[in-house]
Design a protein around this ligand. Structure first.
Ligand SMILES: C=C(O[C@H]1C=CC=C(C(=O)O)[C@@H]1O)C(=O)O
Length: 391
């Protein structure tokens, strides 16, 4: 069955996930795919208040039971979110293991400038370690960026297909952002491994990740690296800080919180991560997925502990504004259901520019060279989609 329906009125259709992916073009709306399904939106019925989850839920309820809001939350909770009610919404099964056939497109020709230079990123990590030694900061996530300037306009379509081809089981997204230049679409696209929060009926799920190790092409070495990550005291500590924060912030707004005592391993094509799936029951119909996502964000997987000190350190140490990177992308609907995914392993495409980012959690046992290398591996997700070698 396939249908395209006005978001606010008719039931949502169930379409072919590959067709939905193939239907996406920059500026035409947004596209999401994850283990629970795919979503493609078109047009804008109305914009929404930038950060007010109560007002968003009220507005969706006024529009009808099937109304959906989609968009992106910035890293800085004080900055404006970008949320819209689309004109049309289609849903499909997860892309999952579905083969996304076809060539990914030719490599982008151009230059990539690291921001800051690699040695300066190591100095940033050293600065964070000095702040930790001085007291008052237990963990901070520090990011670096690559600014790609291409020889012509960058086509986000083959990039998205290549991301999907390489990792169809990740949380894939292409979100329309408000253009900075009239007539030039601006898209945030990526393949994130991390679910910030989903709510389906009463079931609430969060899946914090923190603690990473590069994969190896040799199966034996790859397995060894995964096991070493699971046994690493430094990474277990980095991870535990995130899980504790997520549990503490969810507890007041949910029932029956279940937090596993130890993490497990998850993998992307390039990295192993420590992962904990937190489950709970939502009891209040006025607490939507957006409310819950905002209650958690920014978790120490992207900010740090304590949150305020980490946020200050990020603002003072990083040489750029993160914008929507390390924010969240996703949707919430009139019933309060929704899914918000961490905006990681992503890039922003606009005209002839692509900006990509990667960060790493810094704890007192971190070493600058290791964190630089880890961010290099994380940048590969988007560099591979662009067909570029630089990291
Ligand atoms: C900040 C990023 O990853 C976060 C999510 C998973 C693992 C992380 C880590 O091990 O440092 C980071 O906290 C990023 O990919 O840019």
């Amino acid at each position: 069955m396939t249908s395209t329906s006005p978001a606010a009125r008719a039931p949502l259709g169930v379409a072919d996930p590959v067709r939905l992916l193939r239907s996406w073009t920059p500026g035409s709306g947004s596209w999401f795919s994850g283990p629970a399904g795919s979503l493609r939106t078109r047009g804008v019925l109305t914009g929404l208040p930038p950060g007010d989850a109560d007002a968003v839920l009220r507005c969706l309820r006024d529009l009808g039971d099937d109304a959906v809001a989609v968009g992106a939350l910035p890293f800085d909770p004080a900055a404006d979110a970008h949320l819209v009610v689309p004109e049309h919404v289609e849903r499909a099964d997860p892309l999952g293991a579905v083969l996304v056939a076809g060539p990914g497109g030719s490599p982008v020709a151009g230059t990539a400038r690291p921001i800051p230079a690699p040695a300066a990123y190591e100095a940033m990590v050293a600065e964070a370690l000095a702040r930790m030694a001085a007291g008052g900061l237990d963990k901070v996530v520090l990011a670096r960026a690559l600014e790609v300037v291409a020889d012509g306009p960058v086509d986000a379509v083959p990039m998205l297909r290549e991301l999907a081809r390489r990792d169809p089981r990740s949380y894939l997204f292409a979100v329309d952002l408000p253009p900075e230049r009239a007539g030039t679409p601006r898209t945030l696209l990526g393949a994130s491994p991390e679910l910030l929060l989903s709510r389906r009926g009463a079931t609430v799920t969060a899946n914090p990740l923190a603690g990473s190790a590069a994969r190896s092409s040799d199966p034996e070495e790859d397995r060894r690296r995964g096991e070493a990550l699971l046994a690493s005291a430094k990474d277990r500590h980095e991870h535990a800080l995130v899980v504790a924060d997520v549990a503490e912030r969810l507890r007041p707004v949910v029932d029956d919180l279940e937090v596993p005592a130890a993490p497990s391993l998850v993998r992307t094509p390039t990295l192993w991560h420590l992962s904990t799936t937190v489950r709970a029951r939502a009891t209040d119909r006025d607490t939507s997925a957006l409310h819950l996502a905002q209650a958690l964000h920014p978790t120490p997987a992207v900010c740090g502990v304590p949150r305020a000190a980490a946020h200050t350190a990020i603002t003072e140490i990083e040489p750029f504004d993160r914008g929507f990177y390390t924010g969240a992308v996703g949707w919430t609907d009139a019933r309060g259901d929704g899914e918000w995914v961490m905006a990681l392993r992503c890039g922003e495409v606009q005209g002839d520019r692509v900006r990509l980012w990667a960060g790493a959690g810094i704890v007192p046992a971190s070493r600058p060279a290791d964190e630089l290398a880890e961010t290099g591996v994380k940048l590969r997700t988007l560099l591979d989609a662009l067909g570029l070698d630089e990291a």
